[in-house]
Design a protein around this ligand. Sequence first.
Ligand code: MET
Length: 519
Amino acid sequence: MSKPFYITTPIYYPNAAPHVGTAYTTIICDVVARYKRLVGEEVRFMTGVDEHGQKIQEAAEKNGFTPQQWVDKMSLNFTTLWEKLNISNTDFLRTTQERHLKTVREIIKKVHDKGDIYRGEYVGKYSVSEETFVPENQLVDGKYMGKEVIDVKETSYFFKLSKYENALLEHIEKNPDFIKPEGKKNEVIAFIKQGLQDLSISRTTFDWGIPLELEEGHIIYVWFDALNIYLTGAGFSTDTEQFDKFWTNGIVNHVVGKDILRFHAIIWPAMLMSAGIKLPDTIAAHGWWTVEGEKMSKSLGNVVNPEEEVGKYGLDAFRYYLMREATFGQDADYSKKAMIQRINADLANDLGNLLNRTIGMQKKYFNSEVVLNEVEESFDIEVKELWKITLTDLDKHINNYQFSEALKDIWKFISRMNKYIDECEPWKLSKDESQKGRLSTVMYNLVDSLYKIAVLISPFMPETAQKMINQLGLDKDVTKLHISDIKDWKSYPAGNKLNEAVPLFPRIELEEEPKKEYN
Ligand code: MET
């Protein structure tokens, strides 16, 4: 029996609307969650928002709201977007929820009881936009990640992060899946080896946060509050049985952007070690999106709005593009031209045509009825072999967060089936009465392969998969299928009838690039 699976997105700061990067992280988790359900695992999938801290308080004030009003309003941008993007999360958490406050209080108590919290003074720089304390050596021209920093001098409680240096290195070394991909893992190791400083975990110069019970006037540093949300989401403060099932005895995966990997791969595991709680199994860090070759930024006005993109290209094309275009862990470029090329070549052409041609021929030759005779030829053996490989490799790819590779392999199979049509030439077979058996075999194989393809793409493109299942005349809910339904050849019920073909993805004409004028 496989273990229960728990996957999390970071909790996003709700002070800005979600952009393509936020959508990407969440879609990654959705694809993995859907895939895990498909292979029969019990899945919890949480996302949410990070509502405390100086950044939120300042934004609220600037906009004339109280912090609570502000986050109540802004967090709706996330819940509505996730619905539009067909995200199958099982929970949506906010750090202002009572169940989370309970978790944080309990964790602080455990860490304090362990002797890992002490009182001191923080003197140094702080980046409000990143909500992080910044050591002098990380400043470039007095700025951190291109943004202003402020001077902070305040009494503060500290967490003994430095104490966990060796334990962290040892854990990373012993658990090769702990940080993915490899390159990012090496960066974390190098960072720890430079030496870790204790972490300031309380602030006193503003009040939008969870009070630290150790001393009046201190609120908990936003990251020391927010990271605990992963425990809250597994039921830490509300449902011990569920927590044991999904956290202690399950598989826990956190997906994060590369900019917040250090918080997750250093601070978070150290907190858990201190509190005596099992560490997550995998922290997977993805890269950033540039837009048409440029850094995405508000000042450049090129921030990609996921909702608009979905309006232009359709939801599943958007999901497909993000997952296909980026090599996990590396930066990728969001470009209109590449998007249109993928839609036309991969979706309309390769996938759409395979479905259309098959349904069309089945109608013409067999009045849409899928008949099974077994008149095999060598091409059939080849495609069946490829099918087996596709299925095994897909599992490896998804477990390694290699979505682009996973899709490439599915598309290799799609292309192989398109080639199969050309090799088998059903239009010729149909002219020869003695080839009727062979013709029905060829057509059956095509239909069966489409059923399989629909199931394999369902984690990536759930709506498209459902449309395919419907056109294939199957009365099934694609989210309820199990991979074993399509594992073997001949999974399509012979004798069944196909429905009418409806194009899945209309082709998009790429407008001419506007010509540059020179004087
Ligand atoms: N709010 C943080 C961010 O968006 C993530 C916190 S995850 C515990 O960068």
